[in-house]
Design a protein around this ligand. Structure first.
Ligand code: FUB
Ligand code: ZN
Length: 634
């Protein structure tokens, strides 16, 4: 280790109420209920390779595609969630379930190592003939991530060994040598998994394969054209019409605009940022920085949702951010966190951590219900009441994406370098580590995100000289720091949004950080047509919304914010077992005196009304009803 890198989440004990509640829910409710769904929906059974193959559970869509083709990815993702959960505490019931899946995997694996259960069960003669659409490498990537997590949690090698055989097979099929295919997956993902494998085993061939897939993408002649012709199809008949859809429209280093399917894009940038660091590849880093600026400046919802359009599950034009039809897939927000975390470790820079946090507390957490068993796929910022959480989906990708993230939350809180510890997110957690060869505990206590008062205590047997880096979010104006009760002198300059406390730290030293967290209004760039004349409410990292249940007098669309009215924060213990609400006095349109006409010359009456907002991530956890983030303001 030299520069800062995330710490393994196994070194972090979550102690704060906020994350502890989410983590416990995932461990006790989400993991078992997801397994039940995998069984109920035939996904586990698909590993049995029954012959003849049972009828499809998920019919072909209008592109003649069934999402059943990538069920292996759901298996892999669930193993990853389970693995992450088991790293917190072993659980024989869960392990038995994973072991049974792994037995089925090992039994089904072809003698040459190939292991995609759709192809093995239904069209073994067609392996690797449609990388553009059919997710073979994507599935391998998720299975590999699952195998790594399970091995790390339990030390059991069987799943990892299966995957190593499969990856060797893949490395034989793809590459620059004569007789190898020059292909890469239509849905990026395997690159991230291969880099994780490289980090686990240190075998350079896995890093090289990840780099090959990234560097080959978009090269001419275009692999997906050639592959389509080999299937006797005209490449022009590609349903998405453009290779921007899967970011292979040009070589990745020439890409300057964020386009296409949002999850694919985010996974690709995550792998590119990883490779930029691991291979010291400045060109790739510059590309990542350019793409980052593009997405943040023109394409990200306030909630860090990405991809407004259902048509391509992705991006459209700059500033096109409609609220009620926002697709903003949970997976895309999760993947933005992955990317932001990699960018953050080029150099610590709160630009990245702020977005990471925004996504985490808003677009991502919204995807998982309070009970841990219901989900959102699309995350609109406005609903007429018809958008609800569901228990399962014909494409359950988001369910396990949000849960694998929550189950590994500790590694997003702290980073470590040879010379320091960085705190990015707050919320109550203890890091157990060794720095400069000496054991060190960093104990962070706070009621974040409800309060910005943060206390960091150090436990060490002997004094250690190191840098304690504390992130000061851009939203926190007037942050204050004290060391052992004494204010840190002057206006200590921030380095890219981090305050650096460099000294010899002794046992019991305490740092207090105060991040002011007033409730605030936010406005969108006027080019975002959907938000013109509207404001949203925010506090600290949380975006707020108004839901009908808290504002029952009128339809949600009839409430108005007043520009100067006071915003009051109250911590309500009675709501969701503790949540800070924002209330204010605004207006509500009244139609009492409107009469029986469609138009009239006098504007509608606006009556004063109390408005109560809750954090966006909590919406749709009570009775069904309308919601909006952006409220008309006058
Ligand atoms: O195609 C695999 C996953 O399913 C994608 O990442 C999601 O957008 C959904 O289409
Ligand atoms: Zn998804």
């Amino acid at each position: 280790m030299k520069g800062f890198a995330p710490v393994p989440f196994t070194q972090v004990e979550i102690t704060g109420e906020f994350w502890k509640e989410r983590l416990e829910t995932v461990l006790t409710k989400t993991v078992p209920s997801q397994y039940e769904q995998l069984v109920k929906n035939g996904i586990v059974e698909s590993l049995e390779l029954k012959q003849p193959a049972p009828p499809l559970r998920i019919p072909h869509n209008h592109h003649d595609f069934t999402t059943q083709i990538f069920w292996d990815s759901d298996i892999g993702k669930w193993i990853e969630v389970a693995g992450n959960a088991l790293s917190h505490r072993r659980d024989k019931t869960i392990e038995d379930k994973v072991d049974r899946i792994v037995d089925l995997m090992a039994r089904g694996q072809a003698p040459d190592g190939y292991m995609n259960f759709w192809y093995l069960g239904r069209e073994p003669q067609n392996r690797w003939t449609n990388l553009r659409d059919n997710h073979e490498l994507y599935c391998a990537g998720h299975m590999l991530e699952g195998a790594i997590a399970y091995f790390q949690a339990t030390g059991k090698r069987k799943c990892l060994d299966c995957m190593l055989r499969y990856i060797d097979h893949i490395a034989g099929v793809f590459g620059p040598e004569p007789g190898q295919k020059r292909g890469y997956c239509g849905h990026q993902e395997i690159e991230i998994a291969l880099i994780k494998l490289y980090r686990l085993l240190g075998d350079r061939k896995h890093l090289d394969l990840a780099a090959y897939f990234i560097n080959q993408r978009g090269a001419q002649p275009h692999y997906f054209d050639e592959e389509a012709r080999a299937r006797s199809e005209d490449p022009k008949d590609f349903w998405a019409k453009t290779y921007e859809y899967n970011q292979s429209h040009k070589p990745v280093r020439e890409q300057t605009k964020v386009v296409g399917h949002a999850v694919r894009a985010m996974y690709m940038y995550t792998a590119m940022a990883d490779l930029a660091v691991l291979l010291n590849d400045n060109g790739l880093r510059k590309t990542c920085e350019t793409l980052w600026k593009d997405v943040i400046a023109t394409k990200m919802y306030l909630t860090a949702g990405l991809g407004p359009s259902a048509r391509n599950e992705g991006f459209t034009a700059d500033y096109d951010l409609p609220n009620d039809t926002a697709y903003a897939e949970t997976c895309a927000s999760v993947a933005l966190i992955f990317w932001a975390q990699r960018m953050l470790h080029f150099d610590l820079d709160n630009t990245y951590a702020d977005v990471l946090e925004r996504s985490l507390f808003n677009g991502t957490l919204a995807g998982l219900s309070r009970d841990g068993c219901h989900y959102f796929y699309e995350n609109p910022l406005e609903s007429d009441g018809h958008h609800h959480r569901w228990a399962w989906h014909h494409c359950p990708c988001c369910t396990m994406n949000v849960s694998r993230l929550v189950a590994s939350i500790g590694s997003y809180l702290f980073s470590q370098s040879d010379t320091g510890i960085a705190l990015h997110l707050y919320g109550g957690a203890t890091l157990d580590t060794t720095l400069k060869g000496k054991p060190l505990q960093v104990i962070e206590e706070s009621n974040y995100p409800w309060s910005g008062e943060i206390k960091v205590r150090l436990k060490t047997e002997t004094p250690i000289k190191f840098d304690l880096m504390l992130r000061i979010p851009d939203w926190a104006n007037g942050a204050r720091v004290k060391i052992n009760g004494k204010p840190v002198g002057g206006r200590k300059p921030l380095t890219h949004g981090y305050i650096k406390l460099a000294r010899t730290w002794s046992n019991g030293d305490v740092v207090n950080l105060s991040l002011p967290m007033p409730a605030e209004r936010t406005y969108a760039h006027p080019a975002v047509k959907a938000d013109v004349g509207r404001a949203a409410l925010k506090r600290g990292p949380l975006v707020y919304c108004i839901e009908q249940i808290d504002n029952p007098t009128m339809p949600i669309s009839d409430y108005r914010l007043y520009r100067d009215s006071k915003l009051t924060v109250a911590h309500r213990k009675d709501l969701f077992s503790g949540v800070s609400t924002i209330t204010t006095y605004g207006g509500r349109i009244s139609t009492d005196d409107w009469g029986n006409v469609l138009y009239r010359s006098k504007p509608p009456k606006v009556l004063q009304s109390k408005i109560t907002a809750i954090p966006y991530y909590l919406w749709s956890n009570r009775e069904k009803g309308p919601m909006t983030v952006w409220i008309p303001e006058e």
